[in-house]
Design a protein around this ligand. Structure first.
Ligand SMILES: NC(=O)C1=CN([C@@H]2O[C@H](COP(=O)(O)OP(=O)(O)OC[C@H]3O[C@@H](n4cnc5c(N)ncnc54)[C@H](O)[C@@H]3O)[C@@H](O)[C@H]2O)C=CC1
Ligand SMILES: O=C(O)C(=O)Cc1ccc(O)cc1
Length: 308
């Protein structure tokens, strides 16, 4: 077993992502000490019952003191308040990172509070589920998933490499990009799918002719995938929408234009157009599967291991 990468890791927020980190940090022996902090006493008590850490506090300042890695895993709208709270207790030389689904807003909220000598490296693991809370996490969540960093111009290369090594040991592949590009990309591949899911499930629920029991009865199809996404945490997704507003609105307007074009093809019976669009999108799915990127495939783990 290699020696721990960090002496003390502080996890601020112990929901799906924080608790998955706690579990993989323990399994891979990545920290000499895991300090856990979260706002709610009940959540903290549950984390303790689950044995996720070595120390527990509702006071984030206590948890981060002497930590050489601090990971903030809270809804993106709370990042600024957390940064302001913990700033005076951060150890000089420590790495401060986050896992938020949006990056420009998190940087704007957190950076002003980052003390001189602390390495702030914004991050985002592209791994998750519709579940939340400390019971929902699992150690393999990050296996063969991307973790994207959006470093700032003055980010220390050594600190970035150390944090990359941490995420590699959590099982992830690393990529870096600027925050604006991240937010645009994630708006289309992650934020819009969730918004569309919330919308379609809400629409179905509103329809008086499609009673709730029919929604349940016939949902063993594409609709079922939407209901999974639409069960995602409301606080988290409210914050994503409010904090990636411009990119989401841009992608929604493109989406609406393309949907209107599809609607027109259906209205006018333009079968060729429909066939062309559906053929193009099928090719995209096939290229994902052929590239071995279909993480839902039953043998994805094996395929990924063989590629390494
Ligand atoms: N759920 C997912 O699939 C993914 C989520 N993310 C990001 O990870 C972050 C955390 O999400 P989850 O773990 O899913 O959420 P969660 O709802 O499971 O957990 C959030 C945690 O933050 C704590 N918290 C909330 N406000 C706080 C505050 N002001 N101070 C201290 N603690 C606070 C809660 O008590 C809870 O422990 C979010 O920023 C989200 O955008 C990133 C990748 C995937
Ligand atoms: O559950 C799913 O399908 C997800 O897409 C999970 C997810 C949600 C938010 C992120 O920022 C990253 C991953």
């Amino acid at each position: 077993m290699p020696s721990p990468l960090f002496e003390k890791i502080a996890l601020v927020g112990i929901g799906l992502i924080g608790s998955s980190l706690a579990r993989v940090i323990r399994r891979e022996n990545l920290a000499g000490h895991i300090a856990i902090s979260t706002r709610s006493a009940a959540t903290l008590a549950r984390a303790e019952e689950l044995g996720l850490g070595d120390s527990y506090s509702t006071d984030a300042r206590d948890a981060v003191r002497d930590a050489d890695l601090v990971i903030v895993s809270v809804p993106v709208g709370s990042s600024g308040a957390v940064a302001e709270d913990i700033a005076p207790s951060l150890r000089k030389g420590c790495i401060l990172t986050d896992v938020g689904s949006t990056k420009a807003s998190v940087i704007a909220q957190m950076q002003p509070f980052v003390p001189e000598g602390v390495h702030f490296i914004p991050g985002h693991p592209l791994a998750g589920t519709e579940k939340s809370g400390p019971d929902a996490g699992f150690a393999d969540l990050f296996t063969n998933r991307w973790c994207i960093f959006t470093p700032l111009p003055d980010t220390d290369a050594e600190a970035l490499e150390k944090l990359s090594e941490f995420w590699r040991r959590c099982g992830s592949n690393i990529d870096t990009m600027d925050a604006t590009h991240h937010d645009m990309t994630l708006a289309i591949v992650s934020h819009l799918p969730h918004i569309i899911a919330y919308n379609i499930v809400g629409t179905a629920d509103d329809l008086e002719t499609v009673t709730k029991s029919e929604v349940i009865k016939y949902s063993a199809s594409g609709f079922r995938d939407f209901t999974r996404l639409a069960a995602s945490d409301p606080t988290m997704w409210r914050d994503v929408c409010l904090h990636n507003k411009d990119a989401i609105l841009e992608m929604l307007s493109r989406f609406s234009e393309d949907l209107a074009s599809l609607q027109r093809a259906i209205r006018w019976g333009d079968g060729d157009k429909l066939f062309d669009i559906f053929t193009r999108t099928r090719a995209i799915r096939r290229s994902i599967v052929e590239a071995g990127q279909d993480t839902d495939a039953p043998d994805f783990g094996r395929q990924a291991a063989e590629r390494k």
